[in-house]
Every structure is written in C-alpha cells, then in structure tokens.
Design a protein around this ligand. Structure first.
Ligand SMILES: CC(C)(COP(=O)(O)OP(=O)(O)OC[C@H]1O[C@@H](n2cnc3c(N)ncnc32)[C@H](O)[C@@H]1OP(=O)(O)O)[C@@H](O)C(=O)NCCC(=O)NCCS
Length: 182
C-alpha cells in the first residue's frame, strides 16, 4: 500500500462502517455542522450502495483516519449528475458525464494537510478506475483543492454551478485518466 511522508498508509476504506469517523474528518476539513453531518451520513450510506462505489482512507500509525476519498462511475440518473448536466451541456461538455469516474468527496484533516495525502488519495482511487476520465465539483474559488485538481490535470468544464441548498457556486472539473504525475 502507498505510504506518504507522514507515515500515513493509503488503503481501502469500509466507508459504511466508518462513516462517523470520516464525517468527523470532513467536518473539520470542510466545515460541517451537526445537522449537515446527519444529512451527509444518509447520503454517504446510500452512495456506498451504488454500483462501483469505492472509498480509500489515509490511516495513521495509531489507526486514526487522516483523510478519505470516495467516488463512483458517473450515472446520469444520480442527483449530482442531473444538477451539473445543464451547465455542462451549455458549454458543450455533457459527454463528460459518460464513461467518467466521479470524485464525490475528498478531505484531509487539517493536521495532516499539505503533505501529499490528498494527492495520494485521489491518484490512487482514480488509478483503480476503468473509466478513461474523471469529473468532480469544487467550490468555485482559488482554494487548495482547486490548486491540487489543476495540478493533476483537471480543467474547468463549467463554472458558477448552483447546487440547491449549497450557499456557494461550484466549478465542475474534468481530467483524463490516469491523472498527471509531477
Ligand atoms: C483539498 C485537500 C483534500 C488537499 O489535501 P492535502 O493532503 O492537503 O493535499 P496535498 O498535500 O496532497 O496537495 C497539496 C496541493 O494542494 C495545492 N495547494 C495546497 N495549498 C494550496 C494553496 N494555499 N493554494 C493553492 N493550492 C494549494 C497544491 O497544488 C499542492 O500541491 P503541491 O504538492 O504542489 O504543493 C485538503 O486541503 C482539504 O481537505 N481541504 C478541505 C476540504 C476540501 O476542500 N475538500 C475538497 C472538496 S472539493
């Protein structure tokens, strides 16, 4: 299993069993309140029943979860895909919704950020995808997440995408697989 300089091991994660631990990481990394965590919990458990859904965790030597990623082959009937489809279609990029592996969540605990864990998680999970490309959405701002995605070869397919109930607009990004190495 790949190791990062932090001596954190990247490997398969039983996300349904460890959903509370994962959401605790997401809560501090991304900023989630108790109500949002309860909503996300149901969404994550449902996502893990979808065909091809996979999760990886970054685990410390003490067995704690430092970060996680999960995703699945895109399905145009899934909620996320139906929201982004008109925005992609308007840019002539709707074909990205076929034969794509979607990164649904990627979060690294702030104590462990900037040491290559996020990069290792997303490259390892996409290396295991059979699809030729990957798509995701990220808050449409110059964030570390957007910097990481750009450096991996993701480009903007649509911007200012509004998800119902999300306070900020998102960018939808896509990259060919395998992701670019440095
Ligand atoms: C995005 C996130 C997962 C990255 O994890 P990480 O382990 O810190 O990332 P890595 O150390 O592997 O990679 C860091 C890369 O991010 C980018 N990055 C980091 N800080 C940055 C900053 N301030 N500005 C721009 N890019 C930055 C760089 O591309 C950097 O690559 P480098 O190796 O060339 O320095 C982590 O910052 C995080 O959990 N953020 C909060 C939650 C979140 O936004 N998740 C994504 C939702 S779409």
């Amino acid at each position: 299993m790949p190791r990062t300089p932090d001596d954190v091991v990247i490997g398969p994660l039983d996300l349904s069993a460890r959903v509370d631990e994962a959401l605790a990481v997401q809560a501090v990394a991304f900023g989630l309140g108790a109500e949002e965590i309860a909503v996300r919990r149901q969404i994550v458990l449902r996502h893990m029943t979808y065909p091809g859904a996979r999760a990886l965790g970054a685990t410390t030597a003490a067995g704690r979860l430092a970060g996680f990623v999960y995703g699945m082959p895109n399905d145009r009937t899934h909620w996320w895909s139906t929201v982004v489809e008109p925005y992609l279609r308007a840019q002539g990029h709707a074909d990205w919704l076929d034969d794509s592996f979607v990164i649904t969540e990627l979060h690294v605990h702030p104590h462990h950020q900037n040491r290559g864990i996020g990069r290792a998680l997303i490259t390892t999970i996409t290396d295991g995808a059979t699809q030729p490309r990957s798509i995701l959405s990220a808050i449409d701002t110059d964030s570390p997440a957007r910097g990481l995605y750009h450096s991996l070869g993701y480009v903007d397919l649509a911007r200012q995408v509004i998800f119902p109930s999300a306070p900020k607009p998102y960018a939808v990004m896509g990259a060919p697989l395998p992701l670019r190495r440095r």
